[in-house]
Design a protein around this ligand. Structure first.
Ligand code: ATP
Ligand code: MG
Length: 691
């Protein structure tokens, strides 16, 4: 609140860089602007022609543009979502009520009297029509060993695992912890839970025993599904050993199913059951549980970038519908495409765009088990060419890592199958945008920078909601998805009207994918998302609505820096600094400053083989930030580091850097989701060595 108050006070006078690409350190990729970047000016109304949504446009033939359909989705949500829910999902009992919200208590219900089963929607109905269509392409850790799973095979596997779970006493509503590599087994296990109405909680199979145990306890799970080992980037991870250590701390656990990934011999204790053995004798038919639309589907923890992770709860029908609709329309997915989302299933992106969205749409989806640099930095593009991927969706952190290497790593692979590129997770800086768009996509693909959160269930802002041909501008997610009314709020809690404004990014509508609660802590849900701006969902992020009405994410509201009354978003300063050819990655934070209130501190990683000295680079960067933003935005300190602290999902943890910059490295808070603690140690030492 204080920060956004400062924002309003600072408003108007401060010069603002409107994400121009005019840096003086242009790399070859940035030199040319894409045709879409120079396309005709928008009037801010997002009034672009759209691919018809048959369910809506057949009934309302006057709705010809994205604006009109979007407007319709906001004005008549029951009609809009009701029609889509009927046509895109298969119901065991049809709903009569579309929405039933209790804003006062923050309870949101969609299709509350409808009944359906998620696994039937994701598997059975496609297996009936296209049994031999490929559902999953498993891109295993070693390149060239991909495996294909058809809808019929997936159906049989889901039923087998579901029968095993049911026979061993797992009941509707029980929570099941999944600690598995990205694999068909993981997908079958998730869907098997949904088949019998159990609630899965997928824990990224790289978290420690401690982190796994705390998630098992929080969920009150009695069952774990894991595998003997995982392999990632050529390294073996002893999953079963981690699970053993976690289970030792969790007396609630009654059974641990152990699947086979490597076939290594692992210790089997009294609670352990071989999943392969049990499943091989199980039936390939399993009657699906009849689930209420609002029954819990899964819980999943946020990345923990801004504090301790929240156990976000999603419910059955609304989540599935929103994942399916956004998968189809944000990416323009068509039958026959091969959807390649590189995310791990341990994150929401893996839930919504590796598993639920694509499978609900009967798509072919890629399960990527490896890392972007294994065995070399060409891995992603090798995968694209081998699997014929049409849609490639990944995170800015991976792009910033890969653009440090020679272009050759991209160019040597055939990428002609690609049609749509996507990014999610952090602001996509201009350098990475151009590298992805110009080099990887050869300027002929659509690049969609999608903004959303674990809590939103699916994409909320994306440049291209179902509108092939609509202009796309670099570095911003631009436009709202159907049913989403983006709102910028000021400190008075009111909406800020007009264009060319900044504020707290909120949502002024209720959409089907909204998280229903934080598991076991509805108060935290209300306090975090609903209470800060009454009547709106508060995202925690800040945004800028530019003069044409397009949305730019400026960073987390918690991270906003206030320098002598000027309010600075971290994304903007970071974007300017990464324009420098020799800077690979940067994180900017504020720290207490006697004169200015807050000073700006930049932690940066340089590219391999840089020729300039750190002093020369710093001089350049000062000029760059001054010219692109303003003098007050120039960091006081530039600290060169070997790496930045990141969450396991690859996001920069600025709150840790803020503590280091403030000289309080002993107060780091919850670091359970930190990927590599040694990075923090190195930065603390480098900071201590500053003059
Ligand atoms: P926690 O809530 O525990 O701090 P987190 O917010 O990082 O963790 P996620 O739900 O994984 O957890 O991430 C959502 C956040 O990621 C958004 O709130 C936003 O800050 C950032 N984000 C996602 N997509 C984009 C994007 N396209 N541009 C800018 N930021 C993005
Ligand atoms: Mg968050």
């Amino acid at each position: 609140r204080l920060l956004s108050k400062a924002l309003q006070q600072a408003g108007g006078g401060a010069p603002r860089r409107l994400y121009c690409t005019k840096g003086f350190f242009k790399s070859p990729h940035r030199a040319a602007t894409t045709s879409s970047a120079t396309s005709p000016k928008f009037d801010g109304t997002n009034d672009i022609t759209t691919t018809p949504i048959p369910e809506i446009t057949n009934a309302y033939p006057d709705l010809l543009t994205h604006r009109s359909i979007h407007q319709f989705s906001l004005e008549q949500p029951d009609e809009f979502w009701g029609r889509l829910a009927r046509s895109r999902l298969e119901w065991q009992e049809e709903f009569r009520t579309v929405t039933d919200h209790d804003f006062k208590n923050s309870h949101f219900r969609w299709f509350p009297d409808g009944k359906l089963n998620v696994s039937v929607n994701c598997v059975d109905r496609h297996a009936r029509r296209h049994p031999d269509r490929v559902a999953l392409v498993w891109e295993k850790d070693e390149p060239g060993q991909q495996e294909y799973v058809t809808y019929k095979q997936l159906h049989d596997d889901v039923c087998r695992v579901a029968n095993v779970l049911r026979d061993s006493g797992v009941k509707k509503g029980d929570r099941v912890a999944l600690y598995l590599p990205v694999s068909p087994l993981a997908v079958a296990s998730m869907l098997a839970c949904t088949r019998i109405g159990a609630v899965h909680s997928v824990v990224f199979a790289g978290f420690s025993a401690e982190a796994l145990a705390s998630r098992i306890k929080d969920a009150g799970a009695e069952t774990v599904i894991t595998a003997d080992q995982a392999v990632r980037g050529g390294k073996v991870i002893e999953l079963k050993k981690v699970v053993d250590a976690a289970v030792a701390k969790c007396p609630s656990i009654k059974r641990v199913f152990v699947g086979m990934r490597t076939g290594a011999k692992v210790n089997m204790g009294p609670k352990d059951i071989s999943l392969d053995q049990a499943a091989s004798g199980a039936s390939t038919q399993c009657s699906p549980s009849v689930q209420g639309a609002e029954d819990l589907l899964f819980l999943l923890y946020t990345s923990g970038s801004t504090g301790s992770p929240k156990g976000v709860v999603h419910s059955t029908a609304g989540y599935l519908l929103y994942a399916a609709v956004t998968h189809k329309h944000a990416f323009d997915y068509r039958d026959g495409d091969v959807f390649g989302c590189m995310a791990d299933i341990g994150w929401i992106t893996g839930h919504s765009y590796v598993v639920y969205g694509p499978l609900a749409n009967g798509a072919t989806t890629v399960l990527f088990e490896s890392t972007p640099t294994y065995p070399n930095p060409g891995r992603y593009w090798d995968t694209v060419s081998r699997l014929g991927i049409t849609h490639f969706y990944c995170a800015p952190t991976a792009l910033r890592l890969l653009l440090r290497y020679e272009d050759e790593w991209v160019q040597r692979y055939d990428r002609s199958s690609l049609r749509v590129l996507g990014s999610v997770g952090e602001p996509l800086n201009h350098e990475a945008w151009h590298w992805f768009n110009d080099l990887v996509g050869e300027k002929r693909c659509d690049l969609v920078d999608t903004w959303w959160q674990t809590e939103t269930g699916g994409i909320m802002l994306s440049p291209r909601p179902s509108s092939p041909g609509a202009p796309i501008l670099p570095g911003m997610p631009m436009r709202p998805m159907f049913g989403m009314r983006p709102v910028l709020c000021g400190t008075d809690g009111k909406e800020i009207q007009g264009n060319g404004v900044d504020g707290a990014l909120c949502v002024g509508s209720v959409w089907p994918g909204i998280a229903r609660t934080v598991y076991g802590d509805h108060k935290r849900y209300v306090d975090t998302y609903m209470a800060p701006y009454p009547g709106y969902y508060f995202s925690g992020d800040g945004a800028h609505r530019d003069k044409d009405g397009h949305y730019h994410i400026t960073g987390r509201m918690d991270d906003v820096i206030n320098v002598t009354g000027h309010r600075l978003g971290t994304a903007e300063v970071e974007d300017a600094i990464t324009e420098h050819e020799e800077v690979a990655e940067v994180a900017v934070v504020g720290y207490p400053h006697e004169v200015k209130g807050e000073g700006v501190f930049a932690f940066m990683v340089l590219k391999e083989g840089t020729h300039s000295t750190n002093e020369e680079i710093t001089v350049d960067l000062r000029k760059l930030v001054r010219s692109q933003i303003a003098g007050y935005a120039v960091p006081e300190v530039f600290l060169v580091c070997s790496g930045l602290p990141k969450t396991r999902s690859g996001k920069i943890m600025r709150r840790i850097l803020r503590k280091i910059a403030s000289g309080k490295p002993e107060e780091l808070g919850d670091i359970s989701t930190l990927a590599d603690p040694s990075v923090v140690e190195a930065i603390v030492n480098a900071h201590a060595a500053l003059p």
